[in-house]
Each structure stands twice: as structure tokens, then as C-alpha cells.
Design a protein around this ligand. Structure first.
Ligand SMILES: Cc1ncc(COP(=O)(O)O)c(C=O)c1O
Length: 422
């Protein structure tokens, strides 16, 4: 149905959210959404940065707070009618502070990248030197990529991981800090499977008078569940995404001490963002509430247990896993010894119904594979299923025909663990 005035009226009359109303009005997009729901349910989702949010989080995302403009902060808005927006944001902030033990939380960043941008805006000036993990070793685009604002506006010095162990080389980090005297040190990665030593990074930053920014986008959900060390006591600013293991809506957040609270808030709005997305902030509040429960703590520990089993089983099947294992939800592996490069491996795995990413291999010629257990653990899979996943994984890498032959088995496995009921 075209979007006419009449359709508009029908839209306003419809219950909200209403999948049937969407199908009646826009079957093309309804088909797309149905297709995506099917895709999520009948493949194995091993993308390390993805998860399945709860129906309650989805309900908040699809709520009428999506209609609300709320530039500013609770009690200090540029728009009228913000009483419920204010309530949502206050609840989200309080829950984030309590969950992570932070003096101050800003829950407005639209994404992890927006959170990092705001942290830089609060602490740095263009042209300042920043020490961060190099992109080829696991740094994020916002850690100095020349294709990103970070690499364009700041002078990044990269540190890396040790050639043999794959572990962050703290001696190198210290030596680079002494040589370059950065204004900030960034501690965080998109693919490092071990815990980063926040205390050691704090000591290095202190020695050279730098600020410490921890980009905990990946482990933040594990931190919430007590399955990874909390960076808050060590960092000047913690940046994170609210999706990934934390299982909230796509978005970002910032945590800091009281002394930086105002600078961080001003760096988000009005410096780097406009109006906050209030439906997303309500959904963040819901996710923080969920993450504070014993059930979530059990989930976070199961995520790590599953990743450890998966890493061990992949290694047994001839895929070397970087650092020899994992402490987190993340596993990075080199498919090279199985005679297949990272891109071909990802394609074959996709044919087999196993969805994941490639990643840089710090010292390898080709690309590696990055996978994570956040989503499959939400579905209820455990150690036995991780063993099966590793078997299917290794078989699918064998050839294009083998990958096709695996597909019914991944469908059967995923089908036994639906991410949503009904
Ligand atoms: C370490 C790190 N920083 C920043 C980001 C950026 O998050 P977003 O994609 O929400 O901008 C990510 C996302 O994967 C990340 O892993």
C-alpha cells in the first residue's frame, strides 16, 4: 500500500509495534525482515560482535520513544515533553553506574565509534599523539586507521602483540610510551582473546603522564557478568558498545570518574552528537537491568566456557588458535594450515551455514578467522554443541562440496536452539 494520507491514518490507529500493520502497508520490507529472522534462526551465528537481544530489549527499541526528540540531558533538554525520556535516561545511567561501579555514565553515544570519538574529544586536541594497538594486530578503526577520523586527526603510534605468544608485548608498549610521550594510551581490541592488563596499562600511562582510555567494547558484557576484569578502576575513560556480549541494543556508552563527567557529557552532546536516540537508551536500560541478574552472570561465564571448548576443539582439528586459547568470548584462528585462506574459509563456512568474520593475523600472510560464542550461548548451546560446531567447521573447510554437505546439519543444530520462541 502506498504511503498516502489514508495509510498514514491507518498507521496511527494500528497497535504499536505491529508486524501485521507493516506487512499490510509494506510487504517488501516485511519480507526482508522475515528473511532476516529466518537467517538468524537457521544459521550458526558466530560473529564475535553479535548477539540476540531479549524480546524486552526489542520492545523498547520498537517503542514510541523512537518518536521523541531529546537533545541535552535529563532536566536540561532543548525540547518539551521530555519527562519520560528523562526517566528512561536516568534509569539507564543509574543502572550502568551500578553495574560497572562507575561514578559517571553517559549512555547517549549512538555507537561504539561515537563513544571513542567523544572520549578523544574530551581528552585530546587534533594532532596529539596516541598510543593504541595497531590495526594489523587487533586495533579497531577508531584506534588510528587512516580511513577513520582517528588516524586523520591524531598521530597514532601502534603497539602490537608478541610474535610467538600472540600476547600484548607490555615491554614494547612501555618503550613506545617513553619514546613518544603520548597524550593518551588506548587499551582495547576487536580480536584479542585474552584479558588486557589494565593495571599495567595504567602504570605505563601514569609514567608518561598520559590518559588511559580503555575501549572495552568486546569484553564489556563479560565484565557485567563478572567473567572478565573491570577496567573502570584503572581507566580515565571506559568506552564500550552496548551490543556484543552485553546483549543490549546497538549503541555505545562511556564511563568515567566524577572529575571528567562534565567534559565527557559535553563531548557527546553538543560536540559530537545531536539528539539522543531515546528508544535505544530505554533499551540500554532494559539490557543493563538484565545484565545485573544472576542469570546473566551465569550466561557470561558460559560464554567463556563455550569459547574455551570451541578453541580447544578447533585446535584439535588442525586450526591453530592465536595465543593458544581464550579467556573471553573471542577465538581467532588461522585456517592456513588446513590449506585454505581466510576469505575462502569464510565463504565456505557461510555456505555451510556458519557465519563469522575474517580478521588480521599479526604475523601471517593471509587473513584469519574471528569467531565468538555470545549468540550461540544465548541460544542455550553448551560444551557438547561446541564440539559439534568444531566438527562441522572443520568439515566445511575441506571443500566447497563438503561445505554444502554440512549445511543440513548446521540447520538442524540451529533449529534445536531457536533464539526466540514463537
Ligand atoms: C574495540 C571496539 N571499538 C569500537 C567499536 C565500534 O563499535 P560500532 O561498530 O558500534 O561503532 C568496536 C566494534 O566492533 C570495537 O570492537
Amino acid at each position: 500500500m502506498p504511503l498516502t494520507a489514508g495509510a498514514d491514518d491507518a498507521l496511527r490507529d494500528a497497535p504499536v509495534p505491529d508486524a501485521e500493520a507493516l506487512r499490510r502497508q509494506d510487504p517488501q520490507i516485511a519480507d526482508v525482515l522475515d528473511g532476516e529472522a529466518r537467517r538468524q534462526g537457521d544459521c550458526l551465528q558466530l560473529i564475535a560482535a553479535e548477539n540476540f537481544t531479549s524480546p524486552a530489549v526489542l520492545a523498547a527499541l520498537g517503542s514510541r520513544l523512537a518518536n521523541k526528540y531529546a537533545e541535552g540531558y535529563p532536566g536540561r533538554r532543548y525540547h518539551g515533553g521530555c519527562e519520560y525520556a528523562d526517566a528512561a535516561e536516568r534509569i539507564a545511567v543509574e543502572r550502568a553506574r551500578a553495574l560497572f561501579g562507575a561514578d559517571h555514565a553517559n549512555v547517549q553515544p549512538h555507537s561504539g565509534s561515537s563513544a571513542v570519538l567523544a572520549a578523544y574529544a574530551a581528552l585530546l586536541r587534533p594532532g596529539d599523539t596516541v598510543l593504541a594497538m595497531g590495526l594489523g594486530h587487533g586495533g579497531h578503526l577508531t584506534h588510528g586507521s587512516p580511513t577513520n577520523f582517528s588516524g586523520r586527526w591524531f598521530d597514532f603510534v601502534p603497539y602490537g602483540v608478541h610474535a610467538e605468544s600472540g600476547l600484548v608485548d607490555l615491554d614494547e608498549v612501555r618503550a613506545l610510551a617513553r619514546r613518544h610521550r603520548p597524550k593518551a594510551v588506548v587499551c582495547g581490541s576487536i580480536s584479542y582473546p585474552r584479558h588486557l592488563d589494565h593495571a599495567a596499562f595504567r602504570a605505563i600511562a601514569d609514567e608518561v603522564g598520559a590518559a588511559l582510555i580503555v575501549d572495552a567494547s568486546h569484553p564489556m558484557g563479560l565484565v557485567a557478568g563478572g567473567a572478565a576484569p573491570n577496567p573502570v578502576p584503572y581507566a580515565d575513560v571506559v568506552c564500550a558498545t552496548t551490543h556484543k556480549v552485553l546483549r543490549g541494543p546497538r549503541g555505545g556508552m562511556l564511563l568515567c570518574g566524577a572529575e571528567l563527567a562534565e567534559r565527557i557529557d559535553r563531548a557527546v552532546f553538543p560536540f559530537t552528537q545531536g539528539g539522543a536516540q531515546m528508544h535505544t537508551i530505554a533499551a540500554k536500560a532494559v539490557a543493563f537491568g538484565e545484565a545485573a541478574t544472576p542469570a546473566f552472570a551465569a550466561y557470561a561465564h558460559q560464554v567463556v566456557a563455550n569459547a574455551r571448548v570451541l578453541a580447544g576443539e578447533l585446535a584439535l582439528r588442525g586450526l591453530p588458535v592465536t595465543t593458544g586459547g581464550t579467556d573471553t568470548h573471542l577465538v581467532t584462528a588461522d585456517p592456513g594450515p588446513l590449506g585454505v585462506d581466510g576469505r575462502t574459509a569464510r565463504t565456505r563456512l557461510a555456505v555451510a551455514g556458519i557465519v563469522l568474520d575474517t580478521c588480521a593475523l599479526p604475523y601471517g600472510a593471509g587473513r584469519g578467522l574471528r569467531l565468538g560464542t555470545a549468540a550461540v550461548t544465548t541460544q542455550g548451546m553448551g560444551a557438547a554443541e561446541m564440539e559439534t560446531v568444531a566438527t562441522l567447521f572443520a568439515e566445511a573447510l575441506g571443500s566447497d562440496a563438503a561445505a554444502r554437505a554440512v549445511r543440513p546439519r548446521t540447520r538442524e543444530l540451529a533449529g534445536r536452539f531457536p533464539p526466540y520462541r514463537g
